[in-house]
Design a binder for this molecule. Structure first.
Ligand code: NDP
Length: 324
């Protein structure tokens, strides 16, 4: 198909939301184009699931499945249903014109340009990390940004959680149901989290809180698995080692929405605004699904669900606006 042709729907992103949207749009005969980034926002194609080890909570996979295999299956299903997938980072979009326009750049430096009647944004979010070398080396070997995904691999073992927001509280509390102990490490002497979440954590005897401490090294690089963290007391500079089998980093996520800034409405925290109960953004015909518009649930299955909604809404939009 040449650049000049106007697509019914372009899906930007190839995580669970984007590929589910692709499956539904392809089945509705919309001939979707899905643009999977190869390095967009520092994420590989397939999104955050590619960084997890085994996925035990995606329905339909009682025997466990790796994040990579699950995403490959999503991708195979999307292609099998008739989705065209190209690999390229989207560099620019123009949502002020009809049809919308999308510019991308692939790994060879080619710069394809597309036009589309509808767009589904499914660019996701990435977890923030502390930025330590040792942390990077031990990702998936005990360093995780998702307790719900990876906590069960550390049953009856001591773990630490870093952060002071609602996510850190929720993860620390959740992990006490699985792990022998949880040390919650926060850089200040008060939490940012809501009072009720804080109270629950403070009342939990399995959680030890280290206020005004920062992790300055994750230990275990030589062993190829986390064996502990070195923490620094930010008030007196003293360092200590907290032995543990895993470090859960809960210091926030960054939605990959920069491309759309100034073109559609975003929340103050950078996530894309959608009309509640729908995936409709502030621009008619432009939909957003998955983690780029959801900072609360952030699960593969909820992202997939909203991807399905986006495809159905795009189909209805096309039907109401002259068909496809
Ligand atoms: P937040 O941005 O609320 O909190 C991030 C925490 O990480 C802060 O305590 C911050 O410290 C700390 N932090 C940030 N950067 C660093 C760093 N480099 N080193 C050490 N610590 C760092 O993110 P959350 O993911 O907790 O929450 C995001 C949103 O989702 C919030 O609006 C939250 O209310 C919501 N949420 C709601 C839930 C619920 O209602 N059930 C559950 C989970 C999230 P500091 O405080 O010093 O800035």
């Amino acid at each position: 198909m040449s650049d000049a042709e106007v697509r019914n729907v372009i899906i930007i992103g190839s995580g669970p939301a984007g590929l589910t949207a692709a499956i539904y749009a392809a089945r509705a005969n919309l001939k979707p184009l899905c643009i999977e980034g190869f390095n967009a926002g520092g994420l590989v194609p397939g999104g955050q699931l590619m960084y997890t080890t085994e996925v035990e909570n995606y329905p339909g996979f009682p025997e466990k499945v790796t994040g990579q295999e699950l995403m490959q299956r999503f991708r195979d299903q999307a292609e099998h249903q008739g989705t065209e997938i190209i690999t390229g980072d989207v560099t620019k979009v123009d949502l002020s014109k009809r049809p919308f326009e999308v510019w991308a750049e692939d790994v060879e430096g080619n710069k394809p340009h597309f036009k589309a009647k509808t767009i589904i944004i499914a660019t996701g979010a990435r977890a923030n990390y502390l930025g330590l070398d040792s942390e990077e080396k031990l990702k998936n070997k005990g360093v995780s940004a998702c307790a719900v995904c990876d906590g069960a691999f550390f049953r009856n073992e001591p773990v630490v959680v870093v952060g002071g927001g609602d996510t850190a509280m929720e993860e620390a509390h959740y992990l006490t149901g699985l792990c022998s102990s949880v040390t919650l490490i926060h850089r200040r002497d008060e939490f940012r989290a809501s009072k009720s979440m804080q109270d629950r954590v403070k009342a939990n005897p399995k959680i030890k809180i280290l206020y005004s401490h920062a992790v300055d090294e994750v230990l275990g690089v030589a062993e190829d698995k986390v064996t502990g963290v070195r923490v620094k007391n930010l008030k007196n500079g003293e360092t200590n080692v907290v032995p543990c089998s895993a470090m859960f980093v809960a210091i926030g996520h960054t939605p990959l929405a920069d491309l759309f800034q100034g073109q559609i409405d975003l929340h103050d925290n950078g996530y894309i605004k959608t009309i509640p109960g729908t995936t409709q953004t502030s621009v008619s015909g432009c939909f957003a699904a998955g983690d780029v518009q959801d900072w609360t649930f952030r699960q593969a299955v909820t992202a997939a669900g909203s991807g399905c909604m986006a495809a159905l809404e795009a189909e209805r939009w096309l039907a109401a606006n002259g068909g496809h």
